[in-house]
Each structure stands twice: as C-alpha cells, then as structure tokens.
Design a protein around this ligand. Structure first.
Ligand code: ADP
Ligand code: ZN
Ligand code: ZN
Length: 716
C-alpha cells in the first residue's frame, strides 16, 4: 500500500476475506497511519503475510473499481523509480485534490447544464429584482451550456446556480453532439509529413515535427487526431502553459466539437476532478492540458501530442520534478501508441534523439500563408547612443513600422523598473536581507521587490547608510522600457505584458484582444509574450537582454536564447509584408549568435549540440542534482558531504561538488548542491536507486531541506 508521506517505502495492512476478494491495485483505501487516518492507494495485490509480523488492519476500501488503471499505475511507478520519488506522492501529483481526499467518483455530475420544464416556467414568473437568477436561466434557455462557460467568477452567480439546481429548474446533462468543421486540404509538405507518420509502424513510435511558426503543425495534430477519433480512440494534447491551453483547446473544439476538455492547474479542483473522471469514463475524447494532464486516465488513448515540446515549463520544479514531455513518451510506450512532439525550435534532447534515429524527424519549412520570413539583424551596441538602454536603431525601426501601420514589440526578460537601486553618494545598493540578491525597483507599485523570495518593502526616500537623497535606478526592466516608449511615441497606445501586469485573471486575454483589434500598437514584455500567441499585425520585434544569455552561467541559457529569438521572429510579419527583428548586443561577433542570425535555428542548434558533446553535457551526459538548504550555515554542505560519502563507487558516474549554489542564500536559507553526471542513463539510474534511500537515513537528513532532481532544467 502506498501512503503519501515522505518515507520512500510502502506500508502493509491486513485485510479481511471480503476485502481480499475485491481489492485491486489502483483503488483507494482508508488506513490507520501513525495516530491519524489517511487515504492511501493500493500498490500491489493482497498476499499471504509472513507469520511472525503484525500489521494493522485496513479500515475501509473506498472504491468499487480502481481509480488508476494498469497503465496509469505503471506510469506512476515509472515516475517514482525514475525521479526517485515516493510512490504515494506520485499518486498525489497524478490525481486531482478532491479524489485524493476521497471524493466518490459518482458524486461528480456530467459537464453540461440545461433548463428543465419547471425552470422554463419559473423563468416567466421570476420577479424583476431576481436579476442574477434571471440571467442564469436565460443563458440556459437557448440550450445546454458547459458548466465552466456558465459560471462566471462572481459568487452570486454560483449561489443562484446552487438555488436553481436545488429547485429543480436546472439539471446536469451530457454535452450535445458537436458541429464538426471541415478540414482544409493539406499542403504538399503537410501531406508528406502525415503520410510518413501513417507509414510508421503500428504501436509505439515517437516523431519530432519541426516546423516554423505558421507552417501548419497544429493542422497536422488535428488530422492525426481525426484518424484516431475515427477509430474510436482518445487523444491527449499537451501545451506548456496554462495561457496556451485555451487556444489549442479551441482549435480542437472548432474541428471536433464539445467532447474536448481542458485540464490544467488554473481550473478549480472540482472542475479538474470532473474532467479526470469524465476522461476515465470515456465521456471525453480529447484532453488538452498542461504537464499534469499527462496523468489523466484515458482508457482508449490512441495518440499523444506535445506542442512546443522544447518549453522548460514542461518540467515541474518542485515535489515530483518530472518532465511532462518525457512522461508523455513513457505513457505512449505503455499504451503502444504514437507520440508526436512539435516545435519551431526543438530542444537539443529531441534533436539528438531524431538524429540518432530514435524519433522520426519531420520538417515543415514553409509558412502556410506565404508571409516572407522576417529579416533578422544585429545591432552592435559598442559605442552606440543608448536611450534607457535601448539603441537608437531599434527606436528608429519602431517608428518606421508604426508609421507604416504595423505593431512593434520590445522584448526583455526582466520585470520591474530597474534591477538595482543605487545611492549616488556612497554606493549603497538595496539588497534583500534574506537572499544573495538585489532588490528590484518596481515603480508602478512604489516598492523594492526581491524576485527570489518575494519579500518587498516601500521605496526609501533616502539612503539608509548615508542619508543621501540621490538614489539612482540602474539598469532596465520592462517598466522602464514602457516609460521610454510612452515618452517617445505618445501618439500610440503602449502596453506592458509581464506577470506583474497579468496578475488579474483574464487580463492577458483582454490585452491580446486589444492587440488583435489594433488598439494597442506597441508592446513591451517578457517571455509571456514570446510564446505561442499570434499577432497578425506585428511587423517589428526588438530583442533586448541578449547579453544576459551570452554571459549567463546556466549551460542552457544559449539554447533558450536561440529558441526565444526564433519564436519571436516567428510571430513577426504581416500579410504580404516581411517583418523585421533586431537584436541588440555588446557581443555582435559571438559565433553562435552570428550562426543563429545568418543561418537560423537548425544550424545554431547543431553547433550547440557539438559544444554539448565536447563538454560532456546533456544530451550527451545525464545529470542528477542533489540540492540542500538550511537556515544554519554549513548544515546543507555538511549533509551533501555525507551524501557524497554514501555514494557507491562507480567509475561511470562522476560526482561534482558539493559546492554552494549559484545563489548561495535564498529566503534565509543557505543553499548548496552536489551534481552527478554519467554518460549512461542506466548506470546513473542504478546508482540513484540505492543512494536515494540511503540519503533518508543520513544523520543530517531531517535538519536540511533537500531534493533530488533527475534531469534538472537548470543547475541553480
Ligand atoms: P503552426 O501550428 O505550425 O503554427 P498552424 O497549424 O496553426 O501552424 O497553421 C497556421 C495557419 O494556417 C492557421 O491559421 C491554420 O488554420 C492555417 N492552415 C494550416 N494548414 C492549412 C492548410 N492545409 N490549408 C489552409 N490553411 C491552413
Ligand atoms: Zn548612501
Ligand atoms: Zn529575497
């Protein structure tokens, strides 16, 4: 039996004859655990207990049928083994909260609501002042509406619905059959790709679909999905971020209708549980979601699509540190079905797998609607006149494209007004007391904010050290660029798009709508903007902060910079008019930057792969990072030294460290890490299995916070 608690081991309980009869792995049970009761999962079928040992009896079996089917169980076991994580916690990650807490499957009603006859009669009788109630019933009077569309965020509406359900005016129902939109005829390139995918052997195989933005990758997902659906199968499509699921879900829904469901952490828990169960019951044909959707049960699963497969958001950075993309491949193998990974800028891992023949490699070179590829240029910052850090040629290009009726975007991956606030008199700089980091000046909120622990405080009016009044913001963030553009281009509407600005729900959708309607002409933003959104009228993009990536200490920084520039470039260009992209940098001669600009992402990524091979970095080596942090200085390092001593000798696995982390103190904790590296994934895995258990027994293990990260996305 698996209990979601820190120990990695499973726990045994005794069952009576009746329970033994019906208990199956994947069911939930209630068990005594310490002095509490917990809901746990059956991990293995019952067996004879060894005579001398005593076990506590199980309290109750909660399910009549397993909530996790065999293949989902196998996926969870695989994840527990591979990521060295307790199985109980893997289950907890896989299953939505209400089900984790014991909700009975039958308690979840179907997804749509409709008006009953009594409801229709009641609508005519409702008094004028019952405004919310009337709106609700009227919305339903034209036919069934999906729950999530009907329930706006207001609590009054939820109350009105509750009352209407209780009064029998409204009832749950299954969604109506979909209106199915016709598919366009494929382009020659698309047809070739689909044909090659069709020809691939039946059963598990993986394909990498590499195609520039607008080359019709999504259309290929839809056509393959259509074939799966025609065979009565289900389809799982993953997107890297909550913000990108609606548009992918809408593309599927427009083609296939209402049996498409979204699944991501932005939805309420109850709604997630409903989708989870509907998918398990086969009432949903297509699930579109973020990484956690990889765990949604789909008994008739026939195809998995991973869109924007290169995106680091597929990697969970806490708890079970899994990669949704990698688990999608494992799941496809378990179901013996194809997995399709799509991207305009594939990850080096996937490119390597394609080059070595493990993945089918399909390419789409042309945009479907023939907009010419944008001109990409580099502005050499050396000796240039700068305006708040922005070079004159970028501002000139903005002006030109705006005058020609286009939209302009300036991209900078740094929020706030300025990353440093400095005293001109004595050199004092505002730092975070809890982190090895400077506080970032946020002018809009009039606060200094730590981007690492979230601590913030009001802007000081004078230097705390010398009392000097001249406090200078140094460097640029998106707020400062926004201010610059407002001053420079007062005749156009400028908007900033970053996570500060998007704190309110629905804000991104509203802004994107204003961009579509051409009300917003200039955008300043972080990576939120570079991902996946279509801008029909965008004709210029300026990329600031390229140097951050070139000087960055993270070995993936360059890969990400290349992906970002290519993704931004992919969004630029209006109908019949080539767009323009300018990167500003002090390192205009950097060979990899030149390669990216002159020959594009394929040549750039090939060179990066060569570099990774040379330095023995992924995908040519496999990494696991043991991180530790503690309030007491030295405790984390001491734990890691003990961990290193407990590491079995293996000439094929190299241990680097322990050493203080890149940011040695964060949120009041001292941080350190120990890196393991091996050319053989199997050897590393074998070593980790024993070591991870040994770590829990180490003397310091309970005094430090530690985690083991297999295939870490970064080494901080
Ligand atoms: P990607 O996913 O590679 O960015 P999409 O599949 O979204 O590309 O295609 C870009 C645009 O071209 C979309 O508006 C899509 O509807 C349209 N499109 C794709 N394939 C075709 C086709 N074969 N015929 C006509 N329009 C197409
Ligand atoms: Zn001072
Ligand atoms: Zn801090």
């Amino acid at each position: 039996m698996a209990v979601a608690a820190r120990p990695r081991r499973l726990f045994d309980y005794t069952v009576d004859a009746e329970q033994a009869e019906r208990i199956v792995p994947g069911m939930r049970v209630r068990v005594p655990f310490g002095r509490r009761e917990e809901i746990a999962w059956v991990a293995a079928p019952p067996r004879e207990a060894p005579a001398q040992r005593e076990y506590k009896p199980l309290i109750e079996v909660l399910d009549a049928a397993p909530l996790l089917d065999d293949r989902l169980l196998a996926l969870c076991r695989w994840a527990a083994d591979y990521y060295q994580h307790p199985l109980g916690e893997v289950f907890a990650t896989a299953v939505p909260g209400p089900l984790r807490r014991g909700l009975a499957p039958a308690a979840v009603p179907p997804s749509c609501l409709r008006l009953t006859d009594t409801g229709r009669a009641a609508l005519d009788q409702l008094p004028k002042r019952a405004r919310v109630q009337r709106m609700l019933l009227e919305a339903l009077s034209r036919g069934p509406v999906p729950r999530e569309k009907l329930l706006p965020h207001a609590a009054t509406a939820a109350q009105a619905l509750h009352r209407a359900l209780a009064a029998g005016w409204v009832e749950a129902c299954e969604p109506p059959p979909p209106p199915v939109a016709p598919a366009p005829a494929l382009t020659a390139e698309q047809a070739l790709a689909v044909e090659r995918l069709q020809r691939a052997e039946a059963g598990f195989h993986a394909a990498l679909l590499e195609g520039v933005t607008g080359s019709g990758k999504t259309e290929i997902y839809l056509q393959l999905a259509a074939r799966s659906l025609a065979r009565g199968e289900q389809v799982l499509a993953l997107a890297p971020e909550i913000g990108l699921t609606p548009q992918l879900a809408e593309r599927f829904a427009a083609r296939f209708g209402a049996r498409v469901a979204s699944y991501h952490s932005g939805m309420g828990e109850a709604e997630r549980a409903r989708v989870w169960l509907a998918a398990a019951a086969g009432r949903v044909d297509i699930v579109v979601g973020t990484r956690s959707a990889v765990f949604v049960p789909l008994p008739r699963l026939g195809l998995i699509v991973v869109d924007e497969e290169h995106d680091v958001s597929y990697k969970q950075q806490e708890g079970l540190r899994y990669s949704g993309r990698d688990l999608a491949l494992v799941r496809a193998r378990l179901h013996r079905i194809p997995a399709l990974l799509g991207s305009a800028t594939p990850s080096l891992e996937s490119l390597h797998n394609a080059a070595s023949g493990r993945y089918l490699h399909l390419r789409l070179g042309q945009r479907v609607h023939a907009t010419a590829a944008p001109r990409i240029g580099v502005v050499d910052l050396r000796g240039q006149k700068l305006h708040q850090g922005v070079a004159e040629p970028l501002l000139d290009a903005c002006a030109r494209h705006l005058a020609a009726g286009g939209q302009a975007l300036l991209f900078l991956n740094r929020r706030g007004y300025a990353p440093v606030l400095l005293c001109h008199a004595c050199g004092w700089a505002a730092g975070c007391p809890d982190c090895d980091a400077r506080l970032v000046l946020h002018r809009a909120r009039a606060r200094l904010v730590c981007h690492h622990c979230g601590r913030s405080r009001p802007l000081p009016s004078a230097c705390p050290d010398c009392g000097g009044k001249a406090l200078l913001p140094v460097g640029q963030g998106t707020e400062r660029i926004e201010e610059l553009l407002r001053l420079r281009f007062p005749e156009y509407r400028v908007e900033r798009v970053d996570s500060d600005r998007l704190a309110r729900a629905g804000e991104l959708a509203r802004l994107l709508e204003d961009v579509r309607e051409n009300r917003i002409r200039i955008l300043v933003g972080t990576q939120v903007l570079a991902k996946g959104h279509d801008f029909a009228n965008l004709s210029f993009a300026g990329v600031l902060g390229v140097d951050q990536a070139l000087y960055g200490s993270d070995f993936r920084a360059l890969e990400r910079m290349g992906q970002l520039v290519t993704q931004v470039a992919g969004r630029v260009g209006r109908a019949g008019q080539a767009g323009e992209v300018l990167l500003q940098t002090h390192q205009a001669d950097h060979p990899l930057l030149r390669l990216l600009v002159e020959q594009g992402y394929p040549a750039f990524s090939a060179a990066l792969l060569e570099e990774r091979r040379h330095y023995g970095l992924p995908p040519y080596a496999h990494l696991a990072l043991l991180r530790a942090e503690a309030r007491h200085e030295g405790a984390a390092l001491a734990f890691l030294h003990a961990a290193r001593a407990a590491l079995p000798q293996d000439k094929d696995v190299e241990a680097l460290g322990p050493a203080p982390a890149g940011m040695a103190r964060r949120a009041g904790h001292h941080r350190a890490q120990l890196l393991l590296r091996s050319r053989s994934r199997a050897r590393l895995q074998r070593l980790l299995a024993g070591w991870a258990t040994a770590l829990e027994e180490l003397p310091g293990a309970h005094r430090v916070r530690w985690s083991l990260d297999v295939d870490p996305a970064d080494l901080f």
